[in-house]
Design a protein around this ligand. Structure first.
Ligand SMILES: [Zn+2]
Length: 473
């Protein structure tokens, strides 16, 4: 009998505000250490927290995008623990009355088709500072610029059954949050952080096994690797007759191993209590309803619309909606009159290649649309269009037609010009002409090739054949 894996994820997302959760300090990433601090986020006596309305709005928006119920009353609580990156000795979070509960995320599992994972809760909290171990030799320094940065913590139900499911859930969650405009979800800058809970049990067994928590997961690929390593470790333990202990583990991306950080049992008492400096957070139901209406179109809806409105295959719709920017670019092409499937092929080909390399679109959609029109009208061949596209990226102000002309890539479909090249080719190859007239019709390809060569690729191949047929017939 095999083992079933049970996985739940806790995701911390930095909300895209300009200032911190409870003070007016900036949240800019990468500023010199301890320059964005004030009495409130330093935890000095007498300083009072004031909630950031924009953080509350973005948290609400995230909750609504995940299908959660947003509660009209939620409560900020103190989570007490001692750690050098936490100046107040407690973190302001939400505990028994979170902002939102009961959502779901639907996604495509690589092995198990369409799945839904429940979202247990989404609550607001403030981030801690950052310990720096490599700046002062032999000492640890602390940078409190990040202390007090607004976070939404999104806790999933233990609904995932494979490490690959966990990764697919994260990809979709990230997409939804970026679409909703609540966070940039940059893992490099730490604005999306993942802790994973994992346990094993016999398939169909009631209840859950003892879970371990894996931290320090800095990419979605590493979440999958760490969970695979931890699953194997737990199965190994149990099959040797040992017990899985409740531990916190750190993943080492270099070695691919998980190792225990600390035993969790005794560290669990955070002595939560409502923060006496902050009244309950009260949100008007009408305001919540307005926020729901203001939600932008989310990835699932956009994917469905792309399939329906543009007649795209499911695969194309999924790729094109994987990022907001790609989807927007694609729609600009279609709005500019490019046939939807042609536009999809362009975006999934040359456009995506450059976007993935640079994170930007080197050719404006309107200019690419003009180039595609040249191809449709037979002015530029498909092959030549790729060269024109590359040149458009280098020459941002030149119209596509001028670029094609400058590169000598405008196709000639003018009958007189075509007839001239055809006559030259037929005169140069009397033997082949005789064989063609004797019934060797497959020589047509040869003649077309010769005309293309003589025209240096400028002849429109579609126009060449009828002229040849007329003259050879
Ligand atoms: Zn501050």
């Amino acid at each position: 009998m095999g083992w079933e894996t049970v996985i739940g994820l806790e995701v911390h997302v930095q909300l895209a505000t300009r200032t911190k959760m409870f003070c007016a300090c900036r949240t800019t990433f990468g500023d010199p250490p301890n320059t964005n601090v004030c009495p409130t986020c330093l935890g000095l006596p007498g300083a009072l927290p004031v909630p950031n309305a924009e953080a509350v709005r973005l948290g609400t928006r995230a909750a609504l995008a995940l299908g959660c119920t947003v509660h009209p009353v939620s409560v900020f609580a103190r989570k007490n623990y001692f750690y050098p990156d936490l100046p107040k000795g407690y973190q302001i979070s939400q505990f028994d009355r979170p902002l939102a509960t009961g959502g779901r995320v639907a996604f495509e599992s690589p092995g198990r088709g369409r799945l839904e994972v429940g979202v247990t809760r989404l609550h607001l909290e403030e981030d801690a500072g950052k310990l720096i171990h490599d700046r002062v030799p032999g000492k640890t320094a602390v940078d409190l610029n990040r202390a007090g940065t607004p976070l939404a913590e999104i806790v999933s139900e233990p609904d995932m059954r494979t490490p690959a499911d966990a990764r697919a859930y994260l990809v979709t969650l990230r997409q939804i949050l970026v679409y909703a405009g609540v966070s940039d979800c940059s893992m490099e800058q730490g604005s999306l952080r993942v802790d994973a809970n994992i346990s094993i049990r016999r398939p169909g067994a009631p209840g859950l096994g003892t879970k371990a928590e894996v931290k320090n997961l800095n990419s979605f690929a590493n979440v999958e690797r760490a969970l695979e390593a931890e699953r194997e470790r737990q199965i190994g333990l149990v099959e040797r007759g040992e017990r899985v202990a409740q531990v916190t583990l750190l993943f080492n991306a270099g070695s691919g191993e998980v190792r225990p950080l600390r035993s969790k049992e005794e560290s669990h008492d955070y002595r939560y209590f409502p923060d006496p400096d902050l009244p309950p957070l009260v949100l008007a139901p009408e305001w919540i309803a307005d926020e729901r209406l203001a939600l932008p179109e989310l990835p699932d809806a956009r994917r469905a619309r792309f399939e329906l409105a543009f007649g795209l295959p499911a695969y194309d719709a999924r790729v094109l909606t994987s990022e907001v920017a790609l989807a927007e670019y694609y729609e600009s092409l279609v709005t500019a009159g490019v046939e939807p499937k042609t536009a999809a092929n362009w975006v999934m080909g040359d456009v995506m290649t450059s976007y993935n390399e640079t994170g930007a679109f080197p050719v404006e959609a309107s200019r690419l649309a003009a180039l595609v029109t040249l191809v449709r009208d037979g002015m530029v061949s498909r092959q030549a269009a790729k060269r024109v596209y590359a040149e458009l990226a280098r020459s941002p102000h030149e119209p596509p037609r001028d670029v094609a002309e400058r590169l000598g890539l405008i196709q000639v479909s003018d009958q007189e010009a075509l007839a001239g090249w055809v006559d030259e080719v037929l005169a140069a190859h009397p033997a082949e002409v005789a064989r063609y007239r004797g019934g060797e019709l497959k020589l047509m390809g040869f003649f077309v090739g010769q005309v293309m060569k003589r025209s240096k690729g400028k002849a429109d191949p579609k126009g060449v054949q009828p002229v040849l047929q007329g003259k050879l017939g």
